[in-house]
Design a protein around this ligand. Sequence first.
Ligand SMILES: Cc1cn([C@H]2C[C@H](O)[C@@H](COP(=O)(O)OP(=O)(O)O[C@H]3O[C@@H](C)C(=O)[C@@H](O)[C@H]3O)O2)c(=O)[nH]c1=O
Length: 186
Amino acid sequence: MQIESTHLPEVQIITPRRHGDSRGFFSESWNRKALLGAGLDLPEFVQDNHSMSHQVGTLRGLHYQAPPHAQGKLVRCGRGSLLDVAVDARRGSPRYGRWVAAELSYENGRQLWIPAGFLHGFVTLQSDTEVVYKCTAHYDHASDGSVLWNSLGIDWGALDPHLSDKDRAATPFADWRSPFLYEDKA
Ligand SMILES: Cc1cn([C@H]2C[C@H](O)[C@@H](COP(=O)(O)OP(=O)(O)O[C@H]3O[C@@H](C)C(=O)[C@@H](O)[C@H]3O)O2)c(=O)[nH]c1=O
């Protein structure tokens, strides 16, 4: 397992080892003990999600659930590829509004760890891309929110993405009052 930091210190890229043989490969896609041993203290996961997007350029995001239902997410790709994006949305954070993007694909096996307090979204780079992710809180419809995908200067590589009605009508980042607060642990 390999752990890479990004320029947002709380967001990390985890790449589990793949044991390949003539049949294909085997991989431990989630191993709490191994991640704890590597210094990553991920909270308990309570829900797994799986989505599939037909079109290249399908964009889902930028999503969050407000506290007390805020979710941390461990995201990976089951089929195809995507650009996965996390945005620091904690008011008072020195990195408020900064974002990181990582390409996750079936081939590269990378996972992105996105803690609570960050917006999450992705755009698909291949047709029929499947995204699978573990969440630290259950879905709560009333706490669910979306920030407008193109209001942060993120380079999505797609100018006219396929969006849900909810995401098309989302609030621009500058007009949005984040429900997240930065707690400096230092
Ligand atoms: C997210 C979610 C949705 N749903 C339902 C609500 C709705 O009828 C249908 C589709 O929901 P959405 O349009 O919100 O799906 P989607 O746009 O894929 O939303 C997801 O996007 C990514 C980027 C995330 O980070 C996720 O947390 C989630 O917000 O599924 C659940 O039942 N449970 C869930 O956990």
